[in-house]
Design a binder for this molecule. Structure first.
Ligand SMILES: Nc1nc2c(ncn2[C@@H]2O[C@H](COP(=O)(O)OP(=O)(O)OP(=O)(O)O)[C@@H](O)[C@H]2O)c(=O)[nH]1
Ligand SMILES: [Mg+2]
Length: 393
């Protein structure tokens, strides 16, 4: 019963970077993993795919042979893949029970109404894969209410279309600080509740003529000041209201967050994916679980939206500095006491007490998590030359 993630999302949302980072992360926690590229236009992947749709079909050939543009070419290529599913099945057989990350193309039609990708996913399910759709969205959408609302609709539509366990993820959350003063805290956007509060901001954006929250500052007022002032109206007010009510009525959309280079963020996300796909209740490794697989299943590793906001917005400089210092001290300690360097295979006996890090919700769970992270960090550092880096391109 192999497990797999279907990584979808609009162009540039970070799918390929995520597959690269997640492959490295899973390798570090000793989970056997392979990446399958399903994007026929993925010319420059930073990872080495274990199976590549471009061996079956390339976008250039299709565009030339069928006289299609790039978008039509991708849809055609996916239909081609659907009709040659045997090719995919044969390639996957060679990957055995590996956990598979499918890097999908970014054309939104593919996960809103075109049926090929969905049919491919269903056939994967039929041949025994336990699937989770991981829908990535660039967190830049938080910078404008209209972008946020359209992303909610897109997320909802693809959840309904794919009809599989599904997680929506706001990527590049380390950029949070660049979006200016957002009218709400991060948890407002991730939890997707009380969207009515968003309506004045949406109406204001539409009436100002200048898109974006900065338009509210035109008359020297902050967004929050204006909330108490006259209610802005737009000719789209009724439509806006109907849309947010629709999203709320379905009550399906919520977001996880991700900064791909941050291991704590990766670990938190992987735990959520494991719960959604059933991996948390028993993976293919069975009784031979390592301490890493156990750590991934333990309840200790969480990072809610308030922690994320603190890490990447409220106390970013301070926590960056703290992290740098901890790492520098750790490497110095390892240099001074080489006999303490952990072996590549971590064991519970090699656990060292970790320095507790200050977070909004420090407590027992945080300590456990710090222990796990500490262990993971040492394990990663103890790996062959250069270690394993979860990197963005
Ligand atoms: N700051 C930051 N940048 C990121 C992160 N993840 C991805 N990126 C950047 O986002 C850009 C797009 O990433 P890709 O992985 O190519 O996105 P994609 O979804 O595969 O794009 P397409 O295949 O064209 O649809 C790259 O420049 C990445 O370096 C992240 O967590 N933080
Ligand atoms: Mg890509």
């Amino acid at each position: 019963m192999p497990f797999a993630q279907l990584v979808i999302g609009p162009p540039g949302s970070g799918k390929s970077t995520y597959c690269d980072g997640m492959e490295q992360f899973m390798t570090a926690i000793e989970r056997k993993v392979s990446v399958v590229n399903l994007d026929p236009a993925n010319d420059h992947t930073s990872y080495q795919p274990d199976l590549d749709v471009r061996d079956l079909v390339t976008i250039d050939d299709i565009m030339e042979q069928e006289s299609l543009g790039p978008n039509g070419g991708i849809l055609y290529a996916l239909e081609e893949l659907e009709h040659n599913f045997d090719w995919l099945e044969k390639g996957l057989k060679e990957l055995g029970d590996d956990y598979i990350l499918f890097d999908c193309p970014g054309q939104v039609e593919l996960f809103t109404h075109h049926s090929s990708l969905r049919n491919i996913f269903f056939r994967l399910q039929k041949i025994g894969y336990r699937l989770v759709v991981v829908h990535l969205t660039d967190s830049i959408i938080l910078s404008r209410p209209s972008l946020y609302v359209s992303s909610l609709l897109l997320a909802l539509r693809s959840m309904l279309q794919m009809d599989l366990p599904h997680l929506n993820v706001l990527t590049k959350i380390d950029n949070l600080r660049d979006y200016g003063d957002l009218p709400f805290n991060l948890d407002f956007y991730t939890e997707v509740q009380d969207l009515n509060y968003l309506l004045p901001h949406l109406n204001r954006e539409q009436t100002s003529g200048i898109p974006g929250p900065s338009s509210a500052l035109k008359e020297g007022k902050t967004d929050t000041d204006m909330e108490d002032d006259e209610e802005p109206t737009s000719k789209f007010s009724a439509l806006n209201k109907a849309i947010v009510e629709l999203v709320e009525d379905f009550a399906l959309v919520g977001f996880e967050t991700l900064a791909v280079e941050d291991k704590r963020s990766m670990m938190t996300l992987l735990r959520a994916i494991d719960r959604a796909g059933g991996y948390a209740f028993g993976g293919v490794e069975g009784a031979n679980d390592t301490v890493w697989q156990m750590a991934m299943r333990s309840e200790g590793v969480t990072m809610d939206a308030r922690d994320v906001q603190e890490r990447w917005l409220d106390r970013r400089d301070e926590l960056d500095e703290e992290e740098r210092r901890a790492w520098a001290e750790e490497s110095k300690e390892m240099k001074d006491n080489p006999q303490d360097t952990p072996s590549a295979e971590p064991t519970p006996a090699s656990r060292q007490p970790a320095e507790p890090r200050k977070t909004a919700s420090s407590g027992e769970n945080d300590d456990d998590m710090e222990d796990d992270l500490e262990e993971m960090r040492k394990f990663i550092d103890g790996k062959a030359e250069g270690g394993v880096n979860v990197v963005k391109r």
